[in-house]
Design a protein around this ligand. Structure first.
Ligand code: NIG
Ligand code: FE
Length: 411
């Protein structure tokens, strides 16, 4: 089945070859073709060019998208999309003066979600996750990573990871699963933290690996959560099952998470609200992708990530949503782009590359998605009528996505 899109106002985000993540000032360059056509066949992008050289032929479908942009779908490399219940009561507690850490220390936060996970059925967990995922796809997300971490027991972690597997089987967009058993110490192990680490290493990891439920291993490496030494042991254990790290680092403190992630050749270190020169130079000597989650900083009202400093240091900055019920109850990437531009002072081009190509790289999917490239999956967005891409981050709160194609099919 061949479909050709014609009169595209701008075919945005073209890459001719498969590179590693885009670094530093190169992030500000986006290749685009104005007045373009694009041909897709089944689930792949086959070719594109300028309307001046339009290849007439017998296509199954010819779609005129005059005035509209075609852009690759967003690649959201950090979410906690599968969770049992929203936590708006904690949102109000924070408005009334409690901090995220105080709420967590009182048994709220991640432990609150873990408590609710024991009572929700797997069917309901799946159905809620489907609704959230479909909302995100309609907003343009075309590849996503989803973490466990609200189970905190063998059975409950398996429950959440099996739901992620079911999502992989149900939807045609690429989904990566990350095991985040080391998200918080469960109540039962409050006085026996070593016991919980042993449970992860000796029981959870082997069971998860035996069912092939995870692509990556995550640890919330933070003061009050998992220490650098714990993270080191957990990542060593995960490596035995070939689970590469993608870790939560430096959200609340300069806690050493970046350094231990880099030492373990993490695919990415994520959050990075608290990074200084030491962390930046450590990242410069690595292949680890720094993934910024400004929507979580926005929602918690904490300081934003120093994106400009990282771009100036030639780092391959990536952006992701962090969709979760505690620190970021939204996976809306158009809004994330607005935040990145207004608060992190990233240009629209930088923000675009960070959440498409670099998002794909942070899930090791850059050969499949993340740009308009011949041979890549036909996962793309057709915008509403727009003069330029800049209107998307500019129009914060609006949805300028008209249609989303996943694997060559309109969603
Ligand atoms: O990425 N920081 C740790 N984990 C999540 C929040 C989890 C929660 O509050 O439910 C995050 O912000
Ligand atoms: Fe997170």
């Amino acid at each position: 089945m061949q479909t050709i899109f014609t009169h595209i106002q701008s075919l945005f985000g073209i890459q001719n070859d498969f590179l590693s993540a885009i670094k530093g000032h190169d992030l500000d360059t986006v290749k685009q073709l104005e007045q373009a056509w694009m041909l897709i066949e089944d689930d792949r992008i086959v070719d594109f060019g300028s309307m001046e050289n339009f290849p007439s032929g017998n296509y199954d479908q010819e779609i005129n998208v005059a005035g509209k942009l075609i852009i690759p779908t967003w690649c959201d490399s950090h979410t906690h999309l599968v969770f049992p219940k929203t936590r708006e009561e904690e949102f109000v507690d924070r408005i009334n003066g409690l901090t995220y850490e105080q709420i967590a220390a009182n048994g709220g936060g991640i432990l609150n979600s873990a408590k609710h996970l024991t009572t929700i059925s797997s069917a309901q967990l799946f159905e809620d996750a489907c609704q959230r995922l479909e909302e995100l796809i309609r907003l343009g997300t075309g590849a996503i990573e989803i973490k466990s971490g609200y189970g905190l027991s063998l059975e409950a972690e398996l429950k959440i990871l099996r739901v992620i597997k079911q999502l992989k089987e149900t939807y045609s967009l690429p989904i990566k699963a990350t095991f985040l058993g080391a998200h918080a110490y469960p109540l039962a192990y409050k006085e026996n933290k070593e016991g919980y680490i042993q449970l992860i290493i000796k029981e959870m990891l082997p069971a998860i690996a035996a069912e092939g439920l995870a692509d990556y291993m995550d640890v919330f490496c933070e003061k009050g959560f998992f220490s650098v030494a714990d993270t080191d042991r957990l990542l060593n254990a995960a490596a035995k099952y070939h689970l590469k790290p993608k870790i939560h680092a430096n959200q609340l403190y300069n806690s050493g998470g970046v350094q231990i992630g880099v030492q373990h050749h993490a695919i990415s270190v994520d959050h990075l609200e608290c990074v200084g020169d030491e962390e930046i130079s450590c990242l410069q000597n690595s292949t680890t992708i720094p993934t910024l989650l400004p929507a979580a900083a926005f929602f918690l009202g904490i300081s934003y990530q120093p994106a400009r400093k990282m771009i100036d240091a030639n780092l391959p900055v990536c952006l992701a949503s962090d969709y979760n019920p505690g620190s970021c109850p939204s996976g809306n990437i158009p809004f994330l782009l607005s935040l990145a531009c207004t608060q992190l002072k990233m240009t629209p081009n930088e923000a675009f590359n960070a959440v498409t190509y670099n998002g794909a790289a942070a899930m090791e999917l850059q050969h499949e998605v993340g740009s308009i490239t011949r041979g890549k999956k036909a996962n793309f967005i057709i915008s509403k009528t727009l003069p330029s891409f800049n209107l998307i981050p500019y129009s914060f709160g609006s949805n300028l996505m008209d249609k989303v194609y996943i694997n060559g099919k309109q969603f």
